[in-house]
Design a protein around this ligand. Structure first.
Ligand code: ADP
Ligand code: MG
Length: 303
């Protein structure tokens, strides 16, 4: 071979690397110019190595002409800070009852700690990110989320107030576009604000899906701590239609945090998002694998 100064295994390694790059070209062409919303959370966010690989993926997306928008969660970090402050929470239907002291901690962790860390991490890998908090500059308007719960021994649904947990109602699209036009990658903390300036905690999947829908993003990627949607036998469902996804919600093997994820995907697609993917954020470079390789990973939901 021409480059016989390299060992045979090194040659094979670099040839493989080069062909991977070339194979990515059609995918880069396909996605260039697209707006893609990525929900980042769970395990992937707690691990420094994975956080770095995520930041590099986001930077790469931007470099090849994609407009990424990151919406992050923060469940474990919020739980930890509440514990340190001796604030205990009650959970109803899997959602944290959020009083005023709790929402202040949530705001601090999301808008200050985590948001700053992600912006820095993208910056360290060469990208230009801008940290935004949903409750500032009317970025995400919200109303109080009222949840319906059946009384234990009757069929009557009761509306329950769980405090400062919000449901998004409006996105300040021009603010997001303004930053994008300046070449920035928006990194958004999932908080909302109502007409009386109350701040609300919003489920990060819900916030990401709402933003993707309102922006008519091409794609919504939800990074999580499982391979994707698992079926009855715990096998990965690699792709399904929107109609099949809506049938899945009532299956008893779809529980907990997976339900709002699937609902979020469906809602976003009804508003015009073409494809949504629930993927494993524990895999390094999961975003690049999903977007720029032939096979993709996780569960794809398409219309
Ligand atoms: P995230 O921080 O990514 O939002 P969640 O805990 O809210 O994570 O949601 C992901 C979790 O949903 C998984 O860890 C898993 O325990 C749970 N889950 C419930 N049903 C399913 C299913 N059918 N397939 C995959 N995960 C499921
Ligand atoms: Mg969740």
């Amino acid at each position: 071979m021409k480059f016989d100064f390299l060992s045979e295994s090194d040659q094979a390694y670099f040839i493989h690397k080069a062909s991977t790059l070339v194979e990515a070209l059609p995918f880069i062409r396909e996605h260039s110019g697209d707006t893609i919303v990525i929900k980042y959370g769970g395990h992937a966010m707690g691990d420094p190595k994975l956080a770095k690989s995520f930041a590099r993926d986001i930077g790469l997306m931007k470099e090849v002409g994609i407009y990424p928008i990151v919406v992050h969660g923060g469940g474990p970090q919020i739980a930890e800070k509440l514990k340190n402050k001796n604030i205990t929470s009650k959970f109803i239907e899997g959602l944290r009852v959020t009083d005023i002291d709790t929402v202040r901690v949530v705001e601090d962790v999301l808008a200050n700690d985590i948001n700053t860390e992600i912006v820095k991490s993208i910056g360290d890998s060469g990208g230009k990110a801008i940290g935004l908090s949903g409750n500032k500059n009317n970025l995400l308007s919200a109303t109080k989320l009222k949840i319906e719960k059946k009384e234990s021994d009757s069929n009557i649904e009761k509306l329950i107030d769980i405090g400062f947990v919000g449901q998004p109602t409006k996105v300040n699209i021009s603010l997001i576009k303004e930053h994008i036009n300046k070449g920035k990658i928006p990194v958004i903390a999932p908080l909302g604000v109502d007409a009386d300036s109350n701040s609300y905690n919003i489920n990060a999947d819900t916030a990401a899906g709402f933003i993707a829908g309102e922006l008519k993003a091409s794609k919504l990627l939800l990074l999580t701590d499982v391979a994707g949607i698992l079926d009855k036998e715990k096998k990965l469902i690699s792709s399904l239609t929107m109609d099949d996804a809506s049938k899945l919600i009532n299956e008893d093997f779809v529980v907990g945090g997976m339900k709002p994820k699937i609902l979020t995907c469906i809602e976003a697609m009804k508003k015009g998002v073409k494809k949504t993917t629930i993927l494993d954020g524990r895999i390094p470079h999961s975003v690049v694998l999903e977007l720029f390789t032939e096979h993709g990973i996780g569960t794809q939901i398409y219309s």
